[in-house]
Design a protein around this ligand. Structure first.
Ligand code: FAD
Length: 302
């Protein structure tokens, strides 16, 4: 397969060389649990490389994350990846969570620093006796067992980072700690992701860098998140959703169209791995996979 400077296909294995993974969050209520499991059942036949489960700020979802990951291990053939952060916990506490995961059969962790408990945008202060950042956490995980480790990366640089170079240095430290994949923060413009991959390759980073694709659910929530994470939202994007506040059906169709443009542009540029933030809903993720050529072996009944 031809490679381009932005190619991330080194371990692609799915239909047409495209490989997908899905992110879920741990459900809070029985109803949400049902929605999540219906989504997992619908998406499982697409044979994702892995499915990840987020970890709430300050470890607030520790038990729920663990329970969701454990149920994926017990009841599916999927490979779960548990998100883990450094927030408000000592190394010993975090190491115990890591060992629990290993004992439960989990072999993949998404190692993150986490956001300040006081809120995104506030100053992050490492917990006393804890891991200071994702690079230290990755190294800690590697010391405990041979986990596959993914980490976060930032196409528009992390808002706390003084420069792209500083950001890439930290990504290198995460790789030194054992990370073998970087999953990106969401972005609107595919070119910002492509530029970032080029920068990373020029800096000698050669692990897969996987775009995090976040379809728009709630526009106001998306905008708030973009503002907190320093994600640029161009005017054309705002225009697409204008006037749709009271029309969720059309909004969902437009959201799919926008995300489809993003993945098509990236696939055209040689990107072969995609991480889809599902928001626990299968429809849009399933449609994006279909567009990318990632389909079940047998067509599913409607
Ligand atoms: P790091 O890369 O460790 O650090 C982030 C920034 O902090 C750096 O860019 C740098 O500016 C600064 N910094 C860190 N160490 C140093 C140092 N030694 N000296 C100077 N500056 C330093 N959050 C959750 O709470 N739960 C989740 O499940 C979750 N999942 C995520 C999944 C993905 C794919 C991504 C991209 C993010 C996710 N987040 C999650 C959000 C993440 O926790 C935040 O973006 C957080 O602010 C940074 O985490 P990180 O692991 O990238 O941090």
């Amino acid at each position: 397969m031809a490679t381009s400077p932005t190619d991330t296909s080194s371990d692609a294995a799915n239909t047409g060389g495209i490989e997908v993974s899905f992110e879920f969050f741990p459900p809070k209520t029985e109803k949400m649990e049902e929605t999540l499991w219906n989504s997992i059942k619908k998406l499982a036949p697409l044979k994702p490389r892995f499915v990840s489960v987020t970890y709430g700020a300050g470890g607030s979802t520790r038990e729920r994350t663990h329970a969701t990951v454990k149920r994926i291990v017990d009841e599916t053939v999927l490979n779960p990846a548990a998100h883990l952060t450094c927030v408000e916990a000592t190394r010993e506490e975090i190491d115990a969570v890591i060992r629990d995961y290993w004992d439960a059969g989990v072999r993949h962790i998404v190692a993150l620093r986490g956001d300040p408990p006081s809120g995104i945008g506030e100053k992050y202060v490492p917990f006393e006796g804890g891991y200071a950042n994702a690079a230290e956490l990755a190294a800690g995980i590697s010391r405990i067992a041979a986990f596959e480790i993914s980490v976060g990366c930032y196409p528009e640089k992390h808002p706390e980072s003084p420069s792209f170079d500083a950001d890439l240095d930290l990504l290198k430290a995460k790789i030194d700690g054992g990370a073998s994949r970087a999953i990106s923060q969401f972005f609107v413009e595919p070119d910002s992701f492509l530029r970032y991959v080029d920068r990373a390759r020029s800096a000698g980073i050669d692990i897969p860098i996987v775009p995090g694709i976040m379809p728009v659910g709630n526009v106001a929530g998306y905008m708030r998140m973009a503002s907190a994470t320093g994600t640029h939202v161009p005017d054309w994007f705002k225009d697409r959703f204008e006037g749709l506040d009271e029309d969720p059906h059309t909004r969902q169709l437009v959201a799919l169209a926008v995300a489809a443009e993003q993945v098509q542009r990236l696939a055209d540029q040689g990107i072969r791995q995609f991480h889809i933030y599902t928001l626990n809903r299968a429809e849009t993720a399933f449609a994006l996979c279909h567009i990318l050529g990632v389909r079940p072996d047998k067509p599913l009944a409607a």
